[in-house]
Structures are given as structure tokens and as C-alpha cells.
Design a protein around this ligand. Structure first.
Ligand SMILES: Cc1ncc(COP(=O)(O)O)c(C=O)c1O
Length: 375
């Protein structure tokens, strides 16, 4: 226990101070762009930074279109609505995820079904997906979408998932909220399914304070995403004409300004995070009792959070107690979705892999360091 926390303190060059799980680093033009918003008064729904941030994200990820919204949860909900998911539908996702994935599905009126994960990726298991599809035809309910999650920035087996879903005519919404900067065989995560979603919450690889992004290669879906998230307003120099009940999900200019400055430094941030991952990997190679969860084959991961698996739940809890009591912030994975009261009655698969990983996993401090950063 003590050896791990001492190593983390050494890694972050912090002998005494509190070490957070993931804190943002503002070492670029953040202040300049934020002041520009304040000075010009364009802090809200009008201004140049939203278009710029969307274009930077489309260029970086290779997505045909990127649409910026107020957070990742809204982005997920909107992605599902774009694909006509609604009341009565089932949406297949994984039990091991942050609650936002399941909440977004539930808010469309659809019912999330919780499937198991793969042990090496922690993402949705294509085997579990196929098993469910082959066994569940008796219920007769439409499967409106499948939402695999790229947990911790590691790629799930997304190609296989997309192939299965294509065969069953089910659209895929990729929850890539944690995966900005991660690729699988050179293709950015979030660009495999019909729609992908990113998050810029304060604990993510880069932040806009709060924010999310929809990614799609389908021009019609992209245009519709923009329209629906901006109150479904028809373009006109002064009239207020709205052609359907839309949403006010547009990312404000001041958040997008922060995003532009963060995007300019994304490569530096990723380099630093990958160095941290490499140091953890080396350390745990010669550490008995905890195993480093590396990126899956073919995945160039952002290492959003570095994770280790302890031998059992007791050891995991001992380490959580010790590290947090000694000023090093560590966290378990999330409570599995069907163990939360609102999803207790939802259909689920055998969740043995998800349960086993959850019982043993701890996330370690993984934020980019200030060291070596030019201000
Ligand atoms: C897997 C996953 N999905 C969705 C979200 C929701 O994003 P947001 O917090 O921006 O609403 C998050 C993160 O917070 C997440 O980790």
C-alpha cells in the first residue's frame, strides 16, 4: 500500500500535497480566449468559438461533423433521439459504466438492458450482445440502439459490435465520453457507430467546464443534431420560427473558448498522460498483488484514468482506505447499473466479468502534470 502511494507522490513530484484523481491543466491560451469572450460580451449562445471548437474536433477525430452541446449526458440523449429511440424500445448497453449512459437512455423513455463486459477492455462484450440478441426474440420488443462504452479511454471491441448490430439492423451510439484522443488501429473512438459522444466534464482529458460533443459521418444526422440542440429554429435574420419542439443544448461560447485553448494543447496533454501510464506500467510489472490494466491490442489509448486490479475486494478496500487517508485520491469503478435502485428491475445478462472487475479495480491519479509545461 505504502509503496504504491509513495510511487504516485514521486510520479507527480508532490511529497506532501493532496494529489487529485484528475485535475485540468490550463497552460495555453485559455485566459486569453476567456477574456476575449468577456471583453466582447459574447459569453452565451452567439460567438465564434463554438464553430471553431466543432471544426477543431471534427478535424482531430476525423468525424464528418461535430456538434457541441452542454454536456456528455445531453449528447447521449440527443444521439438516441436522432436515431428515433423512444418509449417502448430496449437499448442494449453495459452494466459497468458511469450512470450517465443509463440515465440518457432512460430519459428517452426507452429501457436500458445491462450486458456484461470483456475482461481486457471492460467495454461491452460482443459475445454477450450476440447471446442476448439470439435469446431475446421472444419478448418482441424493438431494440432501438446499442450503446457500447469505451471505458477509461480503452477501446471496446467496437468493430465486432458494429458488425453484429449491422446484421441485426440496430444503430450504434458510441459512448466515447472518456475517450478523446484514443484510437483503435488509427481510427478515433466515437467515429465507428452512427453517432459518437464525447464529454468535457472537469475530470476529463480536456475540459470546457462542462460540455459534450456529438460526432457523426452522416450529414443529415449532423444537421438534425444542430437543429434540435438549438431550439429547432429556422434560419431567419430576425424572426423566431421553430418547426418542432427542440432543446436548448447548445454549448455556450465561453465554454467553447476554453475548449479551443484546450484542444490546442491536446497533443501535449496526451503525451504527458501516456508518460504517466508508462511509468505506472513499469512500476506494476514488478509489484506483487496488483495488476496494471493496459490498453487493449491495437488501441492507442488516452489513459484517461489508470487502473489496477487487486487480488480481491478486501485488498482493494484496504488500498482505497490507505491512499485516500494519505492524501492520494483513488476511486473504485462505478456501482454496476442494475445495483442502483432505479435500474433494479431492468433486464440483465450474467454480469460475472463486470462484477469481478468492479470488485477489484482502483483508479489511480492520472491527470496531466504541470511539469515541463510552458505557460
Ligand atoms: C462513460 C460516461 N458516459 C457519459 C458521461 C457523461 O458526461 P457528462 O458528465 O459530460 O454529462 C461520462 C462522464 O461524465 C462518462 O464517464
Amino acid at each position: 500500500m505504502q509503496r504504491i502511494t509513495a510511487f504516485i507522490r514521486h510520479l507527480y513530484g508532490e511529497p506532501d500535497a493532496f494529489i487529485p484523481l484528475h485535475a485540468p491543466v490550463f497552460a495555453g491560451r485559455e485566459r486569453e480566449y476567456l477574456c476575449d469572450c468577456v471583453d466582447t460580451t459574447f459569453v452565451s449562445s452567439v460567438g465564434k468559438y463554438v464553430d471553431r471548437f466543432e471544426q477543431m474536433t471534427a478535424d482531430y477525430t476525423g468525424a464528418g461533423r461535430a456538434v457541441a452541446v452542454v454536456n456528455g449526458t445531453c449528447a447521449l440523449e440527443m444521439a438516441l433521439r436522432l436515431l428515433d429511440v423512444g418509449p417502448g424500445d430496449l437499448v442494449l448497453t453495459q452494466a459497468l459504466t458511469f450512470v450517465a449512459t443509463a440515465n440518457a437512455i432512460a430519459h428517452t423513455g426507452a429501457t436500458p438492458v445491462f450486458l456484461d463486459s470483456d475482461p481486457d477492455t471492460l467495454g461491452l462484450s460482443p459475445d454477450a450482445l450476440l447471446r442476448f440478441l439470439q435469446n431475446d426474440q421472444a419478448t418482441g420488443r424493438r431494440v432501438g440502439a446499442c450503446v457500447p462504452v469505451h471505458i477509461l479511454g480503452h477501446a471496446c471491441r467496437i468493430r465486432e459490435i458494429c458488425e453484429i448490430c449491422a446484421a441485426w439492423n440496430i444503430p450504434v451510439v458510441e459512448d466515447a465520453a472518456e475517450a478523446l484522443g484514443s484510437t483503435l488501429n488509427g481510427k478515433h473512438l466515437g467515429t465507428f457507430g452512427q453517432v459518437g459522444v464525447l464529454s468535457y466534464n472537469g475530470n476529463k482529458t480536456i475540459t470546457t467546464g462542462g460540455g459534450g460533443m456529438l460526432l457523426t459521418d452522416d450529414p443529415a444526422l449532423g444537421a438534425r443534431a444542430k437543429h434540435l440542440t438549438t431550439t429547432a429554429k429556422q434560419p431567419h435574420p430576425w424572426e423566431f420560427r421553430h418547426d418542432e419542439p427542440g432543446w436548448n443544448f447548445r454549448m455556450p461560447n465561453i465554454n467553447a473558448a476554453l475548449g479551443c485553448a484546450q484542444m490546442e494543447r491536446l497533443d501535449d496533454i496526451l503525451r504527458d498522460k501516456r508518460e504517466i501510464a508508462s511509468a505506472y506500467r513499469d512500476f506494476f510489472t514488478s509489484f506483487n498483488g496488483a495488476q496494471y490494466l493496459d490498453a487493449p491490442t491495437g488501441c492507442d489509448a488516452n489513459f484517461w484514468l489508470n487502473t489496477v486490479l487487486f487480488e480481491d475486494n478486501t485488498r482493494r478496500d484496504e488500498f482505497l482506505e490507505f491512499s485516500n487517508a494519505h492524501g492520494v485520491m483513488t476511486r473504485p469503478l462505478w456501482t454496476l447499473m442494475p445495483e442502483l435502485p432505479m435500474f433494479r428491475d431492468n433486464a440483465r445478462d450474467d454480469l460475472s466479468v463486470a462484477r469481478n472487475s468492479c470488485d477489484r479495480a482502483v483508479n489511480l491519479p492520472s491527470g496531466p502534470r504541470l511539469r515541463g509545461v510552458q505557460s
